[in-house]
Design a protein around this ligand. Structure first.
Ligand code: A2P
Length: 306
């Protein structure tokens, strides 16, 4: 396998104490249809800041919402993954995008709106936002990105970095195989669906596998989750996984990674895993909270779950 060499990246050019102001240029829904999972694609103009040329896809930006919490303290910084390629949104290096889901929680019959996500989602073109960063030095495409095949697993807004990474790969003369497995509850929640459907049709090396957990059922009645595609689309995925220059990227809800590792293990793809302890006969007996004491991802797997 080619060596996996991650690029050197800039970190925290702008800190919480000294953030930089960027300007919103675009803010629109990223879902296929109107959905109660409100997800928006937001683009910032970073002209005149040191973020230009210094932020790589896979990294995040910190957002500082204005105002104070109920105890009078400034609101906490929140990190958002960049969803544009390193070359910038629409090929313009002064534009970077992110993907934001409005967080809404019901507690004791009252609705609570997440501060940062709803602040961002309400912004209009021309509004200014204080940001920090870049942050993140591991969840990146390798320097020699074209030398690898990729299987990207995303749930929900975990798709953000992959939108940028996939654009970045296909901006180059990319000849390897690239698969995006995306999980969401309903069809209306598919993110950037037109873009990925079009890519799937136009690029023979790109494959888009959406899994709709609450609408479709597998033959045995179980839900479609991203990890079930390892079984369901074994015809496509197994030959790619068997190649020694394939990398796996996982981004989204915490817990999705264990399902993927167990499927890889049951299919014998041990190169993606590090087995650290003797495994119980029934893999479902591995305690969920101690999973990584038994099975860890290998250097061929990049994981960002939250
Ligand atoms: P479900 O909620 O039907 O159980 P979103 O972030 O938009 O809510 O989407 C998250 C998606 O991930 C949903 O389709 C959700 O399914 C699915 N999901 C939930 N638990 C897991 C898991 N352990 N592994 C993989 N996918 C999961």
């Amino acid at each position: 396998m080619s060596e996996i060499k991650l690029p050197e990246v800039e970190l925290n050019i702008y800190s919480k104490k000294e953030p930089v102001e960027v300007t919103v240029v675009e803010n629109h829904v990223a879902t296929k249809d109107s959905s109660p999972n409100f997800v928006r694609h937001i683009t910032f103009d970073i002209s005149g800041t040191e973020l230009v040329d210094n932020i790589k896809v896979g990294q995040s930006l910190g957002v500082l919402p204005p105002g104070k919490d109920e105890r009078g303290r400034p609101h906490k910084l929140r990190l958002y993954s960049v969803s544009s390629p390193s070359s910038g949104e629409k090929g313009k290096k002064h534009l970077i995008s992110t993907t934001v889901k409005r967080t809404v929680e019901e507690l004791e019959s009252k609705i609570y709106l997440g501060v940062a996500s709803n602040y961002l989602a309400d912004l209009k073109p021309g509004d200014k936002v204080k940001v920090t960063g870049p942050s993140g030095r591991r969840f990146l495409l390798p320097e020699n990105a074209k030398d690898f095949n990729y299987i990207f697993f995303a749930t929900g807004t975990g798709i953000a970095p992959f939108r940028g990474m996939i654009q970045e790969l296909f901006e180059q003369d990319y000849q390897n195989e690239c698969v995006l497995v995306f999980g969401c509850p309903y069809r209306t929640d598919l993110l950037y669906a037109d873009f990925f459907e079009e890519m799937d049709q136009n690029k023979i090396k790109f494959h888009y596998l959406p899994c709709i957990s609450r609408e479709d059922r597998r033959e045995d009645g179980s839900k479609y989750y991203v990890q079930t595609m390892l079984d369901e689309r074994n015809d496509l995925l197994a030959p790619i996984l068997a190649k020694d220059n394939t990398l796996i990227y996982i981004c989204g809800m915490k817990g999705m990674e264990t399902g993927i590792y167990l499927q890889l293990l049951s299919q014998g793809f041990k190169d993606y895993l590090e087995i650290r302890k003797e495994l119980p006969e029934n893999l479902n007996d591995i305690p969920k909270d101690k999973f990584k004491r038994f099975i860890k991802p290998s250097v061929r797997v990049f994981e960002e779950v939250y």
